[in-house]
Write a protein that binds this ligand. Structure first.
Ligand code: C5P
Length: 406
């Protein structure tokens, strides 16, 4: 594991709308974009008119990799991603630098440019990094505005004390990029699984028929990988035991690659004995060929059929739930009919603490798609999660699971 501190993990996959207002500290926004991206965030930028006097939209566009938004009145930009879509897109709006003017406009609830309008239209948390001359910062009007915004649950990062661009010394310097990244990350860190060890199986297994052929299934691994990221965000130390997938290992996750159900069984039982939570998200092949041929199998002349003898694979999650001591064990039930009925039965049969039931026959959810819907079932509790991105579903499931575990 590259890093066991959880603070910066929580920006992975987060959508951060960076608002840049006018001030000399606007040049620091360039570095901030880069640092947020390194922490795993997807960044889009909204600039005020004054900000464009200090740094060009082109610079921030090149760094963020996305068009910079600056006008409410540009039909082309509105058609591509309008102000309401931007407001909905954001997981966090961070205004850095936040000038005295933008702070005053936010306090007054104004919507007289794109940035303030997006802030009004968004349900995302809003954080400000004030940056201005020390006299402007200390002015009663600015202080009253900041107090009002704090009462409205806005987050104020900084400012720092020190020498200012104008030569004054005092409070009003924008925090450095890494301090803003840490402060933003801390907003997402639930700490619900702080210090817990989590093992997650994910992806398909491949059962060899011969050196070039295998039996497998359509599992992409996306749900298990999203759960691994969500557990990292919640402060856990995560090991992902993955069948063959095309996915990159999420940051701060230790991945053990496996191919067959037998490999996965060995890795899971080995790792799960020392963990607090095991989630079996893998689509394990139920059967494997009795013996894989040593050489590529040839077509037999005159034979129109091939008979393979399959034998049952070990049930990995059942083996994990039989361990002593056993981790809190959560399985998946991917079904095409009678989803909840089969899931409840599996919960008992496999001696699980909870099971995540999902309908893989529905278009747009389940195997290989980016979205999913699920029902979390434990012996005393059922909660339905309607369709949402696998990343969001993973966060919501981990939130709910950590509460059942507590
Ligand atoms: O029995 P079924 O495959 O429907 O059960 C699904 C759950 O059991 C999933 O959590 C899956 O990861 C787990 N499983 C397993 N080993 C198997 C088959 C399924 O761990 N051989």
């Amino acid at each position: 594991m590259s890093d066991s501190s959880a603070v910066n993990h929580s920006l992975i996959n987060k959508r951060i709308l960076l608002g840049v207002s006018g001030g000399i500290a606007a040049y620091k926004s360039a570095e901030l974009i880069r640092r947020l991206q390194v922490a795993g965030a997807d960044v889009r930028v909204v600039m005020t008119r004054a900000a464009q006097e200090f740094i060009t939209p082109l610079t921030l566009q090149a760094l963020s990799g996305n068009p910079v938004h600056h006008s409410m009145l540009d039909p082309e930009a509105e058609a591509a991603m309008g102000h309401i879509e931007l407001a909905r897109w954001a997981d966090l709006i961070l205004i850095a630098p936040a000038s005295a003017d933008v702070i005053a406009r936010l306090a007054a609830g104004e919507g007289n440019d794109l940035l303030t309008t997006v802030c009004l239209a968004s349900k995302a948390p809003l954080a400000l990094a004030p940056a201005m001359n020390q006299a402007m910062y200390s002015h009663l009007a600015t202080q009253a505005n900041l107090t009002l915004l704090t009462e409205r649950k806005l987050h104020i990062f900084g400012p720092a004390n020190g020498v200012q661009a104008c030569g004054d010394v005092g409070p009003g310097r924008m925090l450095e990029a890494d301090e803003l990244v840490n402060a933003s990350a801390a907003l997402f860190q639930s700490g619900l699984l702080a210090g817990k060890k989590v093992v997650i199986s994910a992806g398909p297994t491949r059962e060899a028929i011969d050196p070039v052929r295998y039996i497998s299934n359509h599992s992409s691994g996306k749900m298990g990988y999203a759960l691994a990221s969500a557990c990292v965000e919640a402060g856990a130390l995560v090991t992902l035991i993955s069948g063959p997938t095309k996915l990159d290992c999420p940051s701060h996750v230790k991945r053990i690659n496996t191919i067959s159900a037998a490999d996965m069984h060995a890795a899971c039982t080995d790792q799960a004995s020392a963990c607090d939570l095991f989630i079996g998200a893998a689509a394990v092949a139920d059967f494997r060929p009795l013996a894989a041929a040593d050489q590529k199998m040839k077509k037999q002349d005159g034979s129109e059929q091939l008979t393979l003898t399959l034998v049952k694979n070990p049930d990995i999650i059942k083996a994990v739930s039989a361990l002593l001591p056993r981790p809190f064990t959560v399985g998946f039930a991917a079904e095409t009919e009678n989803v909840l009925g089969y899931a409840r039965d599996k919960l008992k049969r496999k001696n699980l603490d909870a099971i995540i039931a999902n309908d893989v026959a529905t278009e747009g959810t389940g195997f290989n798609s980016d979205d999913n819907a699920a029902t979390l079932i434990s012996p005393k509790f059922e909660q339905n999660f309607d369709r949402r991105s696998k990343n969001q579903l993973a966060r919501d499931l981990i939130n709910a699971i950590s509460k059942i575990m507590a």
